[in-house]
Ligand binder design. Structure first.
Ligand SMILES: [Zn+2]
Length: 456
């Protein structure tokens, strides 16, 4: 009986981000991409009669059809072996299979629930690669060191675990392919010429509720394959385009089927998202592609990559609370606020001194208006808005009104437009009510954005 098999890489981000160095991170990311390509070839090889036997192959997940259970079993065994071999057992894959019977959408649902069950079982039996008697790997610190390996850039040998040796070896081959313009060895290199200097943005883009979107289609096998390929292609292409448009050093840390994490100079965030959205929305497939959300963590490039990733993920979750639209949430992280960024936003009196997250279109408009303000209002007066946003509700209104009396007529118009566009609530011009009922102000956002977004 024909069957469907799914192979899904476990905790792919944990594997890729286990090392803080760009080189090793790049190597891990490259290994994952390579594994997907290998599994795709293998699936085709095991089902030569079908031209399109692979239904989905992206983001660490592959779904393929096989003529019989034996071929499916062979694929599953080989997938596990390849993951062990290529990653030095640092990354694993979970596989599951179901008989390929109609209707197809029911079949896929079964396949995913089986996979979820298997994944739950796995958690209990993670191998520990270290004993008290062995030295730890000098790169990831997670496994026992095995080999002393010299880095071709620094030429200082280090003792590394097998997984990190493989990461390092792999990063050599792919570094020029991913970054043809410039040889980057560190994240600091990306932020070197950034405005403001040394500030990096880690941008995490994710397509919203892809499962729901696909389920809404009541898809056939052909439609499922087509949509997986379209979304994968669109995300990849849009990232490539956006990286080209900003014309600055950048690095795609991770590109999956429906998500991507990219490191860019902080000042390029507006341009990058603008180009990404234009390319993504510019695809013509007859139907609109699903919406996407963006979480962007902006910090000094010395900030640990694991923290960048954690905060970007939190911000992405926050952006996803705005449904039905492309949305963005971002935060400029100073070392003093390394805790929970989202939770820290609410103030004692229940008001927010930020209007984040934003609908992406709204945020683009906001950035453009911020430039108008920059031209018209003296920097010191704009900066005062930051302090005002932190005052109590009434005090803030008073001080804001006073500030408005001290700027030019044109500047007053710009400020009113940007701080409280359209209708305002609470009979003030400083506080806004969001659709979810939260009372906030855009004043502090304005001060921030002026330093960090350079709109061309
Ligand atoms: Zn290691």
């Amino acid at each position: 009986m024909p069957c469907l098999v799914i192979a899904d890489a476990d905790a792919i981000q944990d594997y890729v981000f286990a090392c803080h160095e760009l080189k090793l991170l790049r190597g891990g990311s490259g290994i994952q991409t390579g594994l997907m390509a290998e599994l795709k070839r293998l699936a085709k090889h095991l089902n030569p009669a079908r031209k399109h036997s692979v239904l989905r192959a992206n983001g660490g997940t592959i779904i393929a059809e096989f003529p019989n259970k034996a071929a499916g079993e062979k694929f599953r065994r080989e997938a596990s072996r390849l993951f062990r071999e290529r990653t030095g057992s640092a990354a694993t894959v979970t596989t599951a299979h179901v008989p390929d019977t109609a209707p197809f959408d029911k079949c896929i649902e079964d396949l995913y629930s089986r996979l979820a069950m298997k994944k739950r079982w796995r958690l209990a039996s993670e191998p520990v690669g270290k004993t008290p008697y062995s030295a730890s790997c000098q790169a990831c610190g997670m496994f026992a060191a095995r080999e002393s390996l010299a880095d071709e850039d620094s030429r200082v040998p280090r003792v590394l675990c097998l997984a990190c040796c493989l990461r390092l070896t792999n990063s050599r081959g792919i570094r020029y392919r991913l970054n043809p313009r410039r040889h980057l060895t560190t994240l600091e290199g990306i932020a070197e010429r950034a405005k403001p200097a040394n500030f990096l943005a880690i941008v995490y883009i994710d397509i919203d509720r892809l499962g729901e979107f696909m389920n809404g289609k009541k898809y056939s096998k052909t439609a499922y394959r087509a949509w997986s390929a379209r979304i994968d292609f669109s995300v990849r292409r849009s990232i490539e385009t956006a990286r080209r448009v900003i014309d600055a050093p950048s690095e795609a840390l991770l590109i999956g089927g429906d998500d991507a994490m990219v490191a860019i100079p902080a000042g390029c965030l507006y341009e990058f998202l603008k180009a990404f959205r234009a390319r993504y929305r510019g695809n013509h497939y007859g139907t609109e592609l699903p919406t996407f959300s963006v979480g962007a963590a902006i910090a000094n490039s010395h900030f640990p990559i694991t923290e960048f990733r954690r905060i970007a993920s939190d911000l992405l979750r926050s952006a996803k609370t705005l449904r039905e639209f492309d949305s963005v949430d971002y935060e400029i992280v100073t070392s003093s606020m390394t805790g929970k960024v989202i939770e820290d936003r609410s103030r004692a009196d229940g008001r927010f001194r930020t209007a984040k997250p934003y609908h992406l279109e709204e945020w683009f408009r906001f950035c453009r208006s911020a430039l108008d303000v920059k031209r018209e209002v003296p920097a010191s007066q704009v900066k005062a808005l930051y302090r005002i946003a932190n005052e109590g509700p009434l005090q803030a209104e008073l001080e804001y009104d006073y500030l408005l009396t001290r700027v030019s007529v044109q500047a007053r118009a710009y400020l009113k437009q940007i701080i409280a566009p359209g209708e305002t609530v609470l009979d003030t011009r400083f506080w806004l009510m969001k659709p979810n009922g939260a009372v906030c102000t855009r004043a502090a956002d304005l001060v921030e954005i002026q330093d960090f977004v350079n709109v061309a």
